[in-house]
Design a protein around this ligand. Sequence first.
Ligand SMILES: *Cc1c(COP(=O)(O)O)cnc(C)c1O
Length: 398
Amino acid sequence: MSDSLMATYKRLPIGLQKGEGAWVWDTADNKYLDALSGIAVCGLGHAHPAVTEAIRRQAGELIHTSNIYQIDLQQQLGDKLTALAGMDRVFFGNSGAEANEAAIKLARLYGNKNGIENPAIIVMEHSFHGRTLATLSATGNRKVQAGFEPLVSGFIRVPYGDIEAIRTIAKNSPNTVAVLVEPVQGEGGINIPPEEYLNDIRTICDEHNWLMMLDEIQSGMARSGRMFAFQHNGIHPDIMTLAKGLGNGVPIGACLAKGKAAEIFGPGAHGSTFGGNPLACAAALAVLETIESDQLTERAENLGAKILADLADGLQDVAGVEEIRGMGLLIGIELDRPCPELVTQALEKGLLINVTAEKVIRLLPPLIMSDEEANTLVEILTDLIKAFLNEGTSDNSA
Ligand SMILES: *Cc1c(COP(=O)(O)O)cnc(C)c1O
């Protein structure tokens, strides 16, 4: 392999050249069932005709102008997204990290405008918010931060799912202005908080005039079985960030805001050269239209429930399987030991999966996956897990 690329990724030994629906082909023409969707990006699968056509059409019209002009497609996408989310305004960037940067800047400006010195944002252990300096500082994973000190200050960390820890901060840290939290932790291992957690955070934020900021970059865009995961809780955040599934692979990120949070930025406060350009907005509009017309939100909920039930069935009484959990098509299988080698083993069986937080097999299948494809996924994966755990046992006893 050429070494012209910076060594930021330990890459798997295949390259993909083509995709269709839930399937991809490598450069040697081997076929794989995709249960990862490019990490929750290609929710509509690969080469979806509606997205392909929208990109093709827009590329032939106008790819980019600048945010110094009015951009009709950006306006349309903004109208559609804010209506779907029940939010008021949106800022478009090009990635998840940029969407979170906008959220963090909003929180700081909100604090400073309200006369709070050194405004602080509550963030969670095991969270992931991106790789820019502010977002890696907000991230609850030392591996992401190590070596990049000095980190950006102004973050207070508490355990995920622990509402009392947030109440304690409310008592002791009067400079707090916001809470930034994932409704379901993705990179952290598909961690699902207690059912009332988001509702309780909403209440605390209201009591203290804090902004509730949800990172829905992985959980949003129908993946959780709702268009946005917060809709399971019947609440609204003040700020929500989106990216991954929004453009089905065309880079786009969004920071949405509601009420007072929507009025914080004025002209010159923030910006982006590429953010919300006509090409990205055309792709995202096609994604939203398809999710709605093909009822993919309901599909994610039902298919997720089916896969969870089938996994529970197939892995029943298998020693070494600690927990099988999920919300829609965010699915995690936690083992009692690190299992990174399962990724390569699955590859050899024609299946794309991921392992995160060392011991959690993470599945993020496209929302368009069929029942039959899901059966194939569960079959291959349960066999692999059983073999992996058995091997481990015999190795130990040898
Ligand atoms: C992927 C992810 C990000 C970062 O998105 P990028 O587009 O890689 O910058 C932030 N937050 C969450 C929850 C994510 O899953």
